[in-house]
Design a protein around this ligand. Structure first.
Ligand SMILES: C[S@@+](CC[C@H](N)C(=O)[O-])C[C@H]1O[C@@H](n2cnc3c(N)ncnc32)[C@H](O)[C@@H]1O
Length: 228
């Protein structure tokens, strides 16, 4: 079967507000995997912050959206996910021919490296707020350790609402990356579309606004140490 390998029209984002009402369906991308991001997100990040032939790491690779984009854009990439089914799905999504020479690897693994006890599986989506932030602090530390100086790291995250109040997970996660030494390059607001729980929340009585955005934080690892 002949598949369309590139978006029909694409222009790189120029502001700190991103919105992709049509999430993008080129190559093997689909919106099926829970929590996957629109391919426009990694496409923008990869084009702006890397060069052809660079190596990209996605420690939460899911269905492989970033890896597919890396392959299409002639970057090398390593994907890691704690869920073996996600690894298999990424491998399936990477099975297409294109003209680039990219090397792409995907493996089952824990972004935090830290060995959890045998009764905790390490999946960050199952953790309560404090455990999640602790795990992300370790992931931030690993990201900083493996990233080359002068290069970038990007994370997308939404907040959540609990008992009517907003839990500012985004800002808490940003702080984890700043704590470890990253500089804040950009804070991007991404509008959320087609969120599966929208209808449920629109019908609930209550004095609150529906959360309709996520953050994309872009961090920078400085080229050299700056002493205070
Ligand atoms: C939001 S999804 C990523 C989706 C991905 N960007 C895509 O477009 O398909 C988060 C992924 O992180 C994985 N995950 C959760 N905890 C992890 C951990 N400690 N180490 C590595 N992967 C983990 C989950 O299995 C899930 O696939």
């Amino acid at each position: 079967m002949l598949i369309v390998l590139q978006p029909r029209s694409f222009s790189p984002e120029q502001t700190t507000i991103w919105s992709f009402p049509n999430r993008g369906k080129w190559a093997t991308h689909s919106g099926e995997y829970r929590g996957n991001w629109s391919p426009y997100v990694p496409r923008n990040l990869i084009l702006r912050y890397s060069k052809p032939g660079d190596w990209i790491l996605d420690q939460f690779s899911g269905s492989g959206t970033t890896l597919v984009e890396a392959k299409l854009l002639n970057r090398n990439a390593v994907g890691v996910d704690i869920n073996l089914q996600s690894v298999s799905l990424s491998e399936a999504n990477l099975k297409f021919e294109c003209e680039t020479q990219s090397k792409i690897f995907v493996r089952k693994g824990d972004a935090n490296i830290i060995q959890y006890s045998s009764n905790i599986d390490g999946d960050i989506s199952l953790m309560d707020e404090q455990d999640f932030i602790d795990a992300m602090q370790k992931a931030a530390s690993e990201s900083y350790r493996v990233l080359k100086r002068g290069k970038y790291c990007a994370v997308m995250i939404g907040d959540k609402r609990l008992h009517g109040n907003v839990v500012p997970l985004g800002f808490q996660l940003m702080q984890c990356f700043l704590n470890i030494g990253f500089k804040s390059k950009e804070i991007i607001i991404k509008e959320q579309h087609n969120c599966k729980s929208t209808d449920k929340w629109l019908n609930v009585d209550g004095n609150f606004l529906m959360l309709a955005h996520e953050y994309i934080f872009v961090f920078y690892k400085e080229s050299c140490f700056h002493r205070a």
